[in-house]
Design a protein around this ligand. Sequence first.
Ligand SMILES: Nc1ncnc2c1ncn2[C@@H]1O[C@H](COP(=O)(O)OP(=O)(O)OP(=O)(O)O)[C@@H](O)[C@H]1O
Ligand SMILES: [Mg+2]
Length: 365
Amino acid sequence: MADLPIIEASSEEQLHCNCDLEGVVSQSLAFRKVMELVDIVAPTNSTVLLLGETGTGKELIARAIHERSARRTRMLAKLNCAAVPAGLLESEIFGHERGAFTGAVTSRSGWLEAADQGTLFLDEVGDLPLEVQPKLLRVLQEREFAPLGARHTKKVNVRLIAATNCDLEAMVAENRFRSDLYYRLNVFPIRIPALRERPEDIPILVGYFTQKYARQMQKQIRSISSTVMRKLLRWHWPGNVRELENLVERAVILTKGTILAMPTPDGNTSRKTPALARIDNIEERDRITRVLKITKGRVGGATGAAARLGLKRTTLINRMNKMGIDPHTVFSESQRLPDENSFSTSGSSAPTDSPREVLQEAPPS
Ligand SMILES: Nc1ncnc2c1ncn2[C@@H]1O[C@H](COP(=O)(O)OP(=O)(O)OP(=O)(O)O)[C@@H](O)[C@H]1O
Ligand SMILES: [Mg+2]
């Protein structure tokens, strides 16, 4: 493990970037468990099924498994079942003989043969057409296959890693995926947690990607505002690590000095990324609803929500209207919640501010 000091988040915080040989960055317990499974399964020849939302790192993990196996000196072939037209997929995987179909003027070997003695990474395996599935099952069970149009079978020694963000079990129940193939693929499933389930990885990933892109762009970036980092920790990252990586790349492009110029809510709105703009909205909605609960839904007056937030009453009403916040609904809903102070609209598992902090952070109108 290389331990690279990278960026200083604030005068109090020092960030580090732990990345391993395959460029996998991890700090959270959840991701360390994934890497433990990778280490256990890599030296075997067993089929691995990688499950996880888009952008969680399935391809990166597939690479790590291959690199940590005895097959590392041989080929890691990658085929994305969703990217190849269904009619061509069978030929792409198994190859074809001359004349097997219109346009097959020469015979051609497929990815399975190319990956012989190595690893075949079958991405988006949920998109594998039903008619091709028995043929893949045969490879897994008997280590043999027949190219399209061939009368003979060929032996092959390939380790298969499959990945999907589909619910294969549900697809089996709906007869959209063969159960026998599902059980054969599901020998060693590894579920990669979404980024929102492991916010501890966010600072270290920000550090890693900042370093990666700053080096490419020949920039010296040493720090990031801790306010921005807090916002990043609170976002729910529907696009997972890929979304974070893209955001950091954009920030590095924008950075002129040594502080990572992640667009902030106080900054130029035209430079705000959609993700950060949504974070601002979530934070503001969160702040307003918390204060409304404290004031029991009262907006105006010396102790009303507008005064507590440091806003004019009309400004607050306008913002609430835009956000569809009804003060009475917020208050009556809070009465049904067990812990009044734990109310949050962010949906994030990351810690949220206490009402006291909210009031201190309230911006001037
Ligand atoms: N733990 C990690 N450390 C460093 N980089 C990561 C990590 N996880 C993901 N990435 C990076 O995030 C990007 C997306 O990862 P990857 O392509 O492996 O995701 P995926 O799960 O295969 O996504 P999809 O389902 O959309 O194909 C890649 O650039 C990858 O290098
Ligand atoms: Mg992928």
